[in-house]
Design a binder for this molecule. Structure first.
Ligand SMILES: Cc1ncc(COP(=O)(O)O)c(C=O)c1O
Length: 380
């Protein structure tokens, strides 16, 4: 076990707390690495100075500017600072955009299986789930299939790119197909790009709104530094409100209804997007090596559990359908092998028989996780 294990076990976050000391967690998308020094220093300076008053970053455009520069540097797309608003999480503007730009009963298309909270955002708002089920063999989006999935009542698409849980990075052809269909049917596109930074050699993240002015004008792009720098508990995200209807309707809401960002989250985000490039590059290299290691071990030791090599994210989507661990392998693995993966069925009906493994951890822990999974399948 790594020397870091005591720090990890003592963390107050859900990843290490939910299942107790016997279990090695590999579920929720948090990384186990210590935070980037630039972020720690920024937070430490605030704590040392008791700098917790009403914060300037809640009132100025420093976060939208820092994101615009980050996005231009990394993806060649400069979001419009004026159209970028700060939110408390990535999910908040997804939910808010659908609430203001669609009506109860309207269809919202998801590419499934997908990040579980998307389902609640659609269903609890009284919107209707419209599904495009991605095929596990290649996870591609096809224009004709998309046209036939969309019915007359569909008003919006929520895209997750890079895609959680598959790790696919949709290419220009696929994104252009979405843009073309969205234009034909006059749909809002909400593009969740929170995984934008963890893209490995050979793939490239293309922001949906960078496709051109028409795509940008019907898109809400949401993202955050929270995934790339493991700041989920600090609650700070941004949304580029390219779709005028969303920008106008959110601006017309009563003041404070969406809440505001907190000072620690704001400063951590600013430090990440201003000084985090080198730390992130090192982290991506570590994750790419972890990905290759876990894929090689699974291919050699568990050929009956197929996996696609993720082009992005630090997640692997394991197909246990050919084993006795299905239909809910994560439940079996938690009870029998004391390892905590994310249950595939949480990602929709397409997730039955699957589980998601988070490989953003120290190599010794990753090997222990894989050992436990392999042992469970062997003894099932
Ligand atoms: C696709 C996706 N969107 C949103 C989130 C959560 O982001 P936030 O905590 O900023 O709402 C996650 C977290 O794993 C995610 O995978």
């Amino acid at each position: 076990m790594p020397s870091d294990i005591e720090r990890l076990r003592a963390l107050s976050g859900i990843k290490w707390q939910r299942y107790g000391a016997e279990v090695i967690p590999a579920w929720v998308a948090d990384m186990d690495f210590p935070t980037a020094p630039a972020i720690v220093e920024s937070l430490r300076a605030m704590v040392a100075a008791s700098d917790f008053g009403y914060n300037l970053t809640a009132f100025d455009d420093s976060i939208p500017k820092a994101w615009a520069e980050w996005s231009e540097r990394h993806f060649g797309w400069r979001p419009d600072v004026e159209r970028t608003k700060v939110f408390t999480s990535t999910l908040q503007p997804i939910s808010a955009a659908l609430m203001v730009a669609t009506e109860p009963g309207d269809g919202v298309l998801l590419f499934t299986p997908v990040y579980p909270p998307f389902y609640g955002i659609v269903k609890k708002a009284g919107r209707r789930l419209v599904e495009y089920r991605l095929e596990e063999s290649e996870w591609r989006i096809d224009a004709e299939r998309l046209r036939s999935a969309i019915d007359v009542g569909t008003r919006a698409i929520v895209l997750c790119n890079p895609h959680n849980p598959s790790g696919r990075v949709f290419d220009r052809e696929e994104l252009s197909a979405i843009a073309a269909v969205a234009e034909e049917r006059d749909l809002l596109v909400v593009s969740d790009e929170i995984w934008q930074d963890f893209v490995y050699t050979g793939a490239r993240h293309i922001p949906f709104a960078s496709l051109g002015p028409e795509a940008a004008s019907r898109c809400v792009t949401v993202t955050s530094a929270s995934k790339s720098f493991s700041l989920g508990g600090l609650s700070c995200a941004v949304a580029h409100l390219g779709a005028a209807v969303v920008a106008e309707k959110l601006a017309a809401l009563p003041p404070h209804v969406l809440g505001g960002v907190n000072a620690l989250g704001a400063h951590a985000t600013l430090a990440a997007w201003t000084h985090g490039d080198a730390w992130l590059a090192e982290t991506i290299a570590t994750l790419q090596a972890n990905r290759d290691h876990v894929i090689a071990r699974l291919a050699a030791e568990l050929p009956e559990v197929p996996v696609m090599t993720p082009e992005a994210t630090y997640l692997v989507w394991l197909d246990f359908r050919g084993t006795r661990l299905a239909p809910d392998p994560a439940k079996f693995l938690l009870e029998e092998a004391r390892v905590g993966l994310s249950p595939g069925p949480d990602f929709g009906t397409a997730g039955k028989g699957f589980a998601r493994l988070n490989f953003a951890t120290h190599r010794e822990l990753l090997d222990e996780i894989v050992d436990r999974v392999v042992g469970a399948v062997r003894s099932a």
